[in-house]
Design a protein around this ligand. Structure first.
Ligand SMILES: [Zn+2]
Length: 284
C-alpha cells in the first residue's frame, strides 16, 4: 500500500512539473485546458496532503528516519511475525555466483551479516525494491562505499564494496534503479557485492528471500518469525560473552550471575579447559 505513496510522489512531481512549465503554452492556445489543469492541480494537492501523512517507507514499523547511522542494534523490539512482500523485486546483480553465505564464520570468529555475490568492477548494482535511500557512506576497513535503502515492505537492503555510489540520501528509488557500481572497496578481497537484508537493524539471511543462482525471489512473500530460541548474536551481551585477557570461568560466572558448572555444560567444556581470548561463551 505504501508503495503507492512513493509512486504518487513521483507522479505528483511529474504532474506539477508539466502543468507549471509545459502547461503554460498549452493554456494560452486552448482555453478549455484551463479547467482540466485546475482539476489536476487539486488532485496533486490532495496527493501532496496524502504524502505528507507518510514521511518515510515502513514508518509504522520504524521509530524514525535518520541519515546518521547504517544500523541500530540496541533497544529494538522485533515483531513476533511479519509478512514481507517480495513482489516487485529486482535482483541487485546479474551475477548468479554466490561466493560467501550468511552466518557465523568460525575461522574468523565473526558474523557475516550478508551474502556475497560475484560481480565485476563497474557492474550495475540495482535497488532490490522500491524505496528511499537512508544512508550513503564509506568505511575504509569495512563496507567500503555502501548504500542502505529502506523499503515499504519493512526491509532495509545494504549494498557494499561499491566502486561508486549513484544515489544520495533521501532519494526515492524504484526497484531496478541503478544505485551503484560493483567493486572491491573496503575490507574485500576480489570484486563482489556484499548484500544484506535487514529488518529493524537485525540481519536476516538474504538467501531466505533472494535466490541469486536462479535470479528470483523465494516466493511472493517471506514470513519473518521471531526466533523462539536465542540465536547467536554477538551484539547481545546477555546471552553471549567474549572472553577477555585474564578471564577465568570462575570470574565470568561471578560477574554474569551464573555458575562454572552451568558455563561448562552450556559450552561443552570442563573446568580444565583453557579459555582463549576472543572465545565466545554462551551464558544462558
Ligand atoms: Zn560479505
Amino acid at each position: 500500500m505504501k508503495i503507492n505513496i512513493i509512486r504518487n510522489i513521483v507522479l505528483a512531481v511529474a504532474v506539477l512539473f508539466s502543468s507549471h512549465i509545459f502547461g503554460q503554452d498549452v493554456l494560452a492556445e486552448q482555453a478549455p485546458m484551463d479547467t482540466q489543469m485546475a482539476m489536476i492541480d487539486s488532485v496533486v494537492l490532495n496527493r501532496l496532503i496524502e504524502i505528507d501523512m507518510y514521511e518515510y517507507p515502513a514508518e509504522d514499523l520504524y521509530p524514525e528516519w535518520s541519515n546518521d547511522y547504517a544500523h541500530k542494534y540496541t533497544n529494538v523490539v522485533m515483531p513476533d511475525s511479519l509478512l514481507i512482500d517480495l513482489t516487485g523485486f529486482c535482483m541487485p546483480t546479474e551475477g548468479t555466483k554466490v561466493t560467501d553465505i550468511f552466518g557465523y564464520r568460525p575461522r574468523r570468529r565473526r558474523m557475516h551479516y550478508g551474502l556475497d555475490v560475484k560481480v565485476e568492477r563497474g557492474d550495475t548494482i540495482r535497488a532490490a525494491f522500491d524505496g528511499k535511500v537512508r544512508y550513503v557512506s564509506y568505511q575504509r576497513r569495512g563496507y567500503g562505499y555502501y548504500v542502505v535503502i529502506r523499503h515499504p515492505n519493512g526491509l532495509e537492503t545494504l549494498y557494499a564494496h561499491l566502486t561508486k555510489q549513484l544515489v544520495g540520501e533521501n532519494d526515492v528509488v524504484m526497484a531496478g534503479d541503478p544505485i551503484g557500481l560493483g567493486g572491491n572497496t573496503g575490507r574485500s578481497t576480489g570484486t563482489h557485492l556484499h548484500f544484506e537484508t535487514r529488518l529493524l537493524g537485525k540481519a536476516l539471511n538474504p538467501a531466505l528471500m533472494f535466490d541469486f543462482p536462479n535470479q528470483d525471489v523465494t516466493g511472493d512473500t517471506y514470513l519473518y518469525l521471531k526466533p523462539k530460541k536465542k540465536v547467536y548474536d554477538p551484539s547481545d551481551p546477555d546471552t553471549y560473552y567474549k572472553v577477555k585477557s585474564g578471564d577465568t570461568l570462575g570470574r565470568i560466572a561471578a560477574r554474569k550471575g551464573t555458575t562454572v558448572k552451568n558455563l561448562c555444560k552450556l559450552n561443552g567444556i570442563t573446568t580444565q579447559s583453557t579459555l582463549r581470548v576472543g572465545q565466545i561463551l554462551r551464558l544462558y
